[in-house]
Design a protein around this ligand. Structure first.
Ligand code: GDP
Length: 300
């Protein structure tokens, strides 16, 4: 698994295994585990929930020792994260009208453009034909960056000149994707924060334009979040989820200093599953999110 998960594991979660391996299951142990989980960004509600369940299982005799508690903790934490479909099966539905549309939103700087390039690369590698739509027409640099990344990945990028109507770009991108027989259309959107209401209106409009072209689209609305901003990112994320109904999260920068526990807080606080994690700046630094694997790596 990736460096970020590994680091979290060494710094935070390894201690849980130690504690449960050596001590009695008394209040001191629960307090320490609680502290570890909260400082690892798991979040207070999730921590409380999981530990309440665990303690009651110990009281009822279902869990009798540290080893049992440890394996239940793993199960309880993974259960907190389930509910996401498998992205590699997204296109398996025969009733789909192609392109499968993925609308990507997020605040500037979180890693949105990079994540889009990674997604394009991921699906291209899986044999899918991908087209990108550059609907962040607010920043000229965003379109250029997407063009460059598109070239690197080897996919077409549909863009207008900067300042153009993002809805019109989305419309053209969908038509082009359809005409070119693309399997997947990934639409980049603006992430400026200083005019948030306009931004949310703009996103809703892009969504509407796409939905008029295909009543089932957008099939996914991915919110890109920066794992290193921790809880600060959550308030912003709430605004996006409310405006456009996000279906999943691309959690970028889950390498370096990020604490893996943030994944649990985000899932609980937004009620939106994490679908992908970004683990570096390269095109290959993407992993589809697997809750069980993730928690195993975290606690192993
Ligand atoms: P945008 O403004 O949201 O489109 O952000 P960019 O895609 O331009 O990314 C901002 C910075 O974050 C760039 O320096 C990227 O290389 C970097 N970045 C993006 N994703 C990751 C990631 O998963 N890990 C790391 N370490 N850096 C990332």
């Amino acid at each position: 698994t990736d460096a970020g998960v590994k680091r979290s594991r060494e710094t935070w979660f390894g201690r849980i295994r130690q504690l449960l391996g050596s001590a009695e299951l008394d209040d001191t142990v629960w307090d320490e585990i609680e502290e570890i989980l909260i400082s690892a960004d798991v979040g207070v509600p999730t921590t409380m929930n999981v530990l309440d369940d665990l303690r009651s299982e110990v009281r009822s005799g279902r869990v009798v020792d540290g080893e049992g508690a440890y394996s239940r903790l793993r199960e309880l934490l993974s259960a907190e994260l389930t509910g996401a479909g498998n992205p590699d099966a997204w296109l398996d539905d025969d009733a789909l009208t192609l392109p499968y549309v993925i609308l990507v939103c997020g605040v500037n700087g979180v890693g949105k453009t990079t994540s889009i390039a990674k997604l394009a690369h991921h699906f291209t590698q899986a044999g899918k034909r991908v087209v990108l739509g550059a609907a962040d027409t607010f920043r000229a640099a965003a379109e250029e960056q997407l063009e460059i990344l598109g070239q690197r990945v080897g996919v077409d990028v549909i863009s207008h000149q900067s300042g153009a109507d993002p809805g019109a770009v989305a419309y053209d991108a969908w038509q082009a994707a359809r005409a070119r027989g693309a399997d997947i259309l990934i639409v980049d959107t603006a992430g400026r924060l200083h005019t948030r209401n306009n931004l949310m209106d703009e996103l809703r409009k892009i969504r509407r334009v796409i939905n008029r072209l295909d009543g089932a689209a957008p099939h996914q609305v991915l919110l890109t979040l920066d794992a290193t901003t921790g809880h600060n990112g959550l308030t912003q994320a709430q605004a996006f989820t409310e405006a456009v109904g996000c279906t999943g999260i691309f959690l970028a920068k889950l390498d370096g200093t990020a604490r893996g526990g943030i994944v649990l807080s985000i899932h609980r606080e937004l009620g939106v599953p994490i679908l992908f994690i970004g683990t570096g700046e390269g095109l290959d630094d993407l992993a589809p999110f697997d809750p069980v694997e993730f928690v195993d790596a975290l606690l192993a």
